[in-house]
Design a protein around this ligand. Sequence first.
Ligand code: 1GP
Length: 234
Amino acid sequence: MKNSTPLYASWRHAFKLDPNKELSDEALEAICESGSDGILIGGTDGITYENVTELLGRVRSYAIPCIQEVSRLDAVVPGFDHYFIPLVVNAGRAEWLLQPHMEAIKQYGRLIPWHELTVEGYVVLNPDSKVGRLTASVQPNSIDDLFVYTTLTDRLLQLPILYLEYSGIYGDPSWIEQVQRRTTHSHLFYGGGIGNQEQAQVMSERADTIVVGNLIYEDWRRALETVPQQPSSI
Ligand code: 1GP
């Protein structure tokens, strides 16, 4: 498994599905058949083994790859293509930094399939989001403040993924662009507030992968428009 190309390396677009939210079969089918590169399943509130299992089962009717973004140890479900393990690098509470990860190793260390996991260096940039409140994320006041977290992730820790998480609000494209220019090692994910095709395009030019979440639940037909169009083969 060493040195193999990670599943997400070629992803330009992903949808994030929340097991704690309702989605009709029609919408789920459209999302899974949209041409997006992958599905992430994750969330902050109300995530259970049961609702993750149910949603994975529904997504498995389609060919699209599916990754679990793990937020609770008791809701890790076997059968995903891969697992993302967030590490909130700007968490204001020490217990949200590495404590859950150490607890997981203590409980399940020998059973963890390490080659199926990738750590995401998460910089939480909406303090009012659920994850922002839960982790008491420390907000950068300037681009130089932001570089501290992104450089920590990209250079010092050399994490495979740097995830700029604006969850619920649309970030400043000039900040994303500046982070992109300085990122040398990590695969750059952007997520937050993408509400239409234009906003998706702007962030696609500045990040390796964009993630669309809330819009699926607000207006799934519009969410489909955020998927980049494949050039016609004819
Ligand atoms: C959330 O980054 C994702 O974890 C996507 O954000 O829900 O705001 O689209 P939105």
